[in-house]
Ligand binder design. Structure first.
Ligand code: GLA
Length: 709
């Protein structure tokens, strides 16, 4: 007889069947009472279909081909000679049940395999976190091609939102009906990637930010991944995710085990926004999350300011201006190490270029810290250029099949961190830089995909990913005051696991404020604003050549972890003053922006995008309303806010953004003619809304709402 275990979150429940065959989740959705656990299982029991086999194999957490489940198997592997390829598991111990977690143990004596599943759903939140550890209990090697976990979804979840993308266009949403058949998202790039991000939302037809039942799913892993959403011919739907393994990549010796990445699921009956907020609050409560007591430092990054052209007097002057406008951190990007005048050489030689820094790096570090700013430094530790001292000394350290010619990407190769000597080299050099200089911040970059990654004769992306975590962990341990940022040609490495070691993600190399509106909206599906690197670039975007006023550039960068990536030495006095105003405004609202609930609004046309942050007690809110193109109608729709306290009264006003704009003339609605705005209840703001003025395309304004008691 199966035992039924019910775990409860704040608003969700998960019902698990254990003890009869492989354990499975029978229900994942809105909260149900404990007293129903057995009856729900019986109530959901499915009859047999005509012309089917005589049992219906469940969507087991580790789904089983061996039991007659014809969807994607959770384990794919075999022993030498072909055995144990379709295992069938039984409970091997009673479940261990805690207040907010369950541990399930199963074994297949015939196949010589055993697994343990850990499931967590804390009563104060709605994120289900689970993973599996598979052990080879047999006496031959077990070659493993897949270890993945599955959850069933009800039939009414018939629409999918997932994300594609590319460099400078991260988190591009894709909305599709979930028909019969499978959507398979496989990422083989060696990083979480721009185009096959392991995140997916499924929901009831037409689900939007504040309506519909939605289930979110994310694999916390920075290497390769495989995500499946399938509707079977018997009507059932399930989601499955796990690491994507190359042939031969994992060979479990007798007694050896492997643990899957953590998988995260969140559910809400109140739309996509609530699912995102669940993910955000889950991240916010992890020990690795930036502490709310330490404000996220506004930074100036030198990349689009000077690129590889490092000249100490210029950099010092740039730091002076950074300090003037209120920046708190100065990040020296690529170009500070020898032979790095472009992207063709130098990676791997992690010491200071004596030509560019004749008096050493400390001349600049001291200047920056003397101004009261923290000093940050760029590294790309997983890489090596063939034109480097390192490669000349150790060409054998690359993560590459030695039998084939190397394939370059951005003139560079991947360094095999699973090679102990290469690992020790990188650790030693980074450690030395962090020890020898007053560095408070590291921008950790990774700019190319893995191609034929080979470590110790077999596919090596998994080994590399684990070595990367080890290295970051070691450096975090040795330098607990240094903050690390995850960058990968922009947002190519953005996942919950890298965030155990890093405190910021560089969202995109695209600083074009128009593109950023959408990129950041996609990013916010999983990550809260304080983790989102967002920079004000120059008037003309370096990646698109579009030009935007400072108000529009500032409005979107303002909503994340603010930075400036612009040669302010080229800016006019007036522009610098405006940047200073923007930084001051950001600092004023930073506590709200970096702790409140993120709220994305739906709009009826594609002319506007609105998102904001509402404080936890709902006493204050700030929304950025952006006109992204010209609209069909000459007057925009009222903005219908969300997530406010319906019974509270709010003072609503427009917050001026620095730079030209803000004069709306006759298009200004009456409530805006009063500087103090208008007082309305939360209910009215959410139902009737607030009329904005007519905005030019590619401009934005800020709505500030404060509760009046
Ligand atoms: C990548 C990053 C950029 C910058 C450059 C430096 O493209 O995403 O922000 O650091 O590398 O080479």
């Amino acid at each position: 007889m199966a035992e039924h275990l019910l775990l409860h979150g704040k608003t969700t429940s998960v019902l698990i069947a254990h003890g009869e065959g492989a354990p499975s989740v029978l229900y994942w959705g809105a909260k149900i009472p404990d007293a129903d656990a057995e009856a729900v299982a019986a109530a959901l029991d499915r009859p047999l279909a005509h012309a089917s086999i005589d049992i219906e194999a469940p969507v087991a957490l580790v789904s089983e081909l061996g039991s007659g489940f014809f969807g994607s198997p959770g384990i794919k592997g075999s022993r030498p000679g072909g055995g144990a390829w379709a295992p069938r598991f039984q409970a091997s111990a009673p479940p261990e049940v805690g207040d907010d977690h369950v541990t399930l143990r199963c074994a297949d004596e015939i196949a010589g395999l055993a697994y343990t599943i850990e499931l967590w759903l804390e009563s104060t939140r709605d994120v289900l976190a689970f993973r599996v550890t598979l052990a080879n209990t047999g006496d031959t090697d077990y070659s493993l091609g897949r270890l993945a976990l599955s959850l069933p979804l009800p039939t009414r979840a018939n629409e999918i939102l997932d994300f594609t993308g590319r460099w400078c266009d991260e988190f591009h949403p894709r909305r599709t009906p979930w028909e019969a058949g499978a959507i398979i998202n496989e990422n083989r790039r060696g990083r979480s990637s721009h185009d096959h991000v392991a995140v997916l939302f499924a929901g009831t037809e037409g689900f939007d930010e504040n309506h519909g039942e939605v289930w979110g799913f994310h694999l916390g892993w920075s290497g390769n991944s495989r995500l499946v959403a399938e509707r079977l011919s018997d009507g059932r739907r399930y989601l499955q995710a796990g690491e994507y393994l190359f042939p031969g990549e994992v060979e479990l010796a007798p007694g050896e085990e492997i643990t899957s990445p953590w998988l995260y699921g969140a559910h809400s009956v109140r739309g996509l926004g609530e699912v995102s907020r669940s993910f955000h609050s889950y991240l916010r409560d992890r020990a690795s999350h930036p502490s709310p007591d330490t404000p996220r430092k506004v930074l100036l990054n030198t990349w689009e300011a000077v690129y590889f052209k490092h000249d100490v007097p210029t950099l010092k002057r740039l730091a002076d201006v950074a300090a003037e406008v209120g920046a708190e951190r100065f990040v020296l990007d690529d170009g500070w190490f020898p032979n790095r005048n472009d992207d063709t050489g130098g990676l791997g030689d992690w010491w200071v270029d004596p030509a560019k820094y004749p008096n050493g790096l400390d001349e600049l570090v001291d200047h920056v810290t003397g101004l009261g700013l923290e000093f940050g430094l760029w590294f790309e530790p997983e890489m090596v250029n063939p034109d480097s001292e390192l490669y000349r000394a150790h060409p054998e350290w690359v993560l590459q099949d030695p039998d084939y010619p190397e394939i370059l990407g951005r003139n560079q190769l991947v360094l095999n961190l699973a090679n102990d000597d290469a690992y020790a080299y990188v650790l030693e050099h980074l450690d030395r830089m962090l020890t020898d200089h007053a560095i408070g911040y590291v921008k950790w970059d990774m700019n190319r995909d893995h191609v034929q990654p080979v470590h110790a004769g077999r596919a090596g992306t998994r080994a590399q990913t684990l070595a990367l975590y080890r290295l970051l962990d070691e450096l975090n341990g040795r330098h607990p005051d240094v903050e690390f940022e995850s960058c990968s040609s922009g947002g190519g490495r953005a996942d919950f696991e890298i965030l155990r070691y890093t405190k910021r993600i560089w969202t995109s190399d695209c600083n074009d404020a128009l593109e950023r509106q959408r990129i950041q909206r996609g990013f916010s599906m999983l990550f809260p604003p304080e983790l989102m690197g967002a920079h004000v670039g120059p008037h003309q975007s370096h990646t698109t050549r579009r030009t935007h006023g400072l108000g529009f550039r500032g409005a979107i960068a303002f909503m994340g972890h603010l930075g400036i990536e612009w040669n302010l030495l080229d800016a006019t006095e007036a522009e610098r003053k405006q940047v200073a105003e923007l930084v001051a405004l950001h600092k004023q609202f930073r506590p709200l922006l970096h702790s409140g609930d993120l709220v994305r609004l739906d709009s009826l046309d594609d002319a506007t995008l609105t998102q904001g942050v509402v404080s936890e007690d709902k006493g204050e809110a700030l929304f950025v309303y952006a006109r992204i193109n010209t609209a069909r109608s000459s007057i925009p729709d009222p903005v219908q806010f969300a997530h406010l306290d319906p019974d509270a009264r709010y003072q609503a006003r427009i917050l001026g953004l620095p730079g030209p704009g803000g004069e709306f003339g006759r298009t200004k609605p009456e409530w805006m003619r009063e500087p103090k705005g208008v007082e309305l209840s939360g209910r009215t703001l959410m139902r009737a809304g607030l009329q904005p003025p007519v905005l030019d395309p590619e401009s934005a304004l800020l709505f500030h709402l404060t509760r009046v008691d």
